[in-house]
Ligand binder design. Structure first.
Ligand code: ARG
Length: 414
């Protein structure tokens, strides 16, 4: 087992099933760029601290460039012993440049390395998600502006409540998204604290300039407690929760539109570009885009919930359980990105059917306004509410809408 990074104290071969279970390379390969970025900055820090000569440092930089190119062009050949992306890159670097490669890990552990890589990865991706959220907000706001004046029934308990503007509904989701952006800023703030330089758990005994290292990697601060730094995945948990809540907003928007696009409501028609058909029933046009948004939300929340369960019983600092963080992070990112993209298209291309919206506005939805009319005439609100309720009963009894009741009939109410 001399090929393993940690093989020194082992004389027996690792069980093949364990090797398979332990390997995270299939998914953490995705952050190869961040791993190389982190190693390049770390090599500079080691050189500044006197642990690498200038020549060694340059060789490491060049070697890492080459490894990066191989990964980028998909020419990187994986070995059996490549447990994770950190091991794989170091192994390849040694093949390419020899001795200097074996100095790169001085004072570093995969524990502070992996936490740093993940923060770097998320930091850049969060801006993409933010952009999509802002784009979707923009689409909602634009529609609200151009379609102002169209009325729809507003619902509480999914029962017709009061007439509202279609724009009012659109903007209610724009406000959710605005708060999602505000919350994202806070998540990003804590994503900006660099764990590198924490060693395995006990810190680093060499005089590495962490503040410069952080700056070079684009972090604004660095962690102060190494035990906390290597075992802390709150930045993942926060991301997963933030993503879950954002997805919940998209899911509720989707649910509204699924209802509104049904024949029973008919308020909107979805574009064919965002629907699919049935293999059996020729007439069907199904709102799959919206259903997938709703469905993926369950999956995203599942990642959040599952990862909290991983964290809950862990002793302090690094434990291998933490390796579960990667799939939760990548899967949540991918799912949220794809539903944001589809939400944008679905909302942008749908058509609002003004006639069906207006037809759904039943006169009794103005009962509240009748009460307010009486309030303006000096009747106390409770009394006005009661009287308007009586008018509703009367209209139901007479089987006519409220406005069709005669003055005489209205006067009979007290
Ligand atoms: N692949 C590991 C992970 O993702 C990297 C850290 C491994 N550290 C260790 N001490 N085995 O969590």
């Amino acid at each position: 087992e001399g090929t393993k990074l940690w093989g020194g104290r082992f004389s027996q071969k690792t069980d093949t099933f364990l090797d398979k279970l332990n390997a995270s390379i299939v998914y953490d390969k995705r952050m190869w760029y961040e791993d190389i970025q982190g190693s390049q900055a770390y090599a500079r820090a080691l050189q500044r601290a006197g642990f690498l000569t200038e020549v060694e440092e340059q060789e490491i930089q060049k070697g890492l460039e080459l490894v990066g190119q191989e990964l980028e062009l998909d020419k990187f050949k994986l070995h059996q012993s490549d447990e994770d992306i950190h091991t794989a890159i170091e192994r390849r670097l040694k093949e390419l440049i020899g001795l200097p490669a074996t100095k790169l890990h001085t004072g570093r552990s995969r524990n502070d390395q992996v936490a740093t890589d993940m923060k770097l990865w998320l930091k850049s991706r969060l801006n993409t998600l933010k952009k999509y959220i802002l784009d979707l907000t923009q689409i909602l706001v634009e529609r609200a502006k151009t379609e102002v004046g169209i009325l729809i029934p507003g619902y509480t308990h999914l029962q017709r409540a009061q007439p509202v503007q279609w724009s009012h509904w659109l903007l209610s989701y724009a406000w959710y998204l605005k708060e999602d952006c505000d919350r994202l800023l806070q998540v990003q703030e804590r994503m900006n604290i660099m764990p590198l330089g924490s060693g395995a758990l006990a810190g680093i005994p060499f005089s590495i300039n962490r503040s410069l290292l952080a700056k070079e990697l684009g972090f604004t601060r660095f962690t102060y407690n190494s035990m906390n730094a290597v075992g802390n995945r709150d930045f993942i948990a926060e991301f997963l929760f933030w993503a879950s809540l954002t997805a919940v907003h998209l899911s509720r928007l989707a649910e509204d539109l699924i209802l509104y696009s049904s024949r029973e409501f008919g308020f909107v028609s979805l574009s064919e570009s965002h629907c699919t058909g049935s293999s059996l029933m020729p007439q069907k046009k199904n709102p799959d885009s919206l259903e997938l948004i709703r469905g993926k939300t369950g999956r995203i929340y599942g990642n959040n919930c599952g990862f909290m369960m991983v964290l809950k019983g862990l002793p302090s600092t690094y434990n291998k359980d933490l390796q579960e963080d990667k799939q939760a992070m990548f899967d949540t990112y991918d799912s949220l990105e794809s539903i944001l993209q589809v939400a944008m298209g679905t909302v942008k291309t749908l058509m609002v059917n003004e006639e069906s919206c207006t037809a759904a506005l039943t006169p009794n939805m103005l009962a509240t306004d009748l009460a307010y009319y009486l309030v303006r005439k000096g009747v106390a609100f409770r009394e006005a509410h009661h009287l308007a309720g009586e008018v509703v009963i009367l209209s139901e009894k007479q089987r006519v809408d409220m406005p069709s009741l005669s003055l005489e009939q209205l006067k009979s109410v007290r």
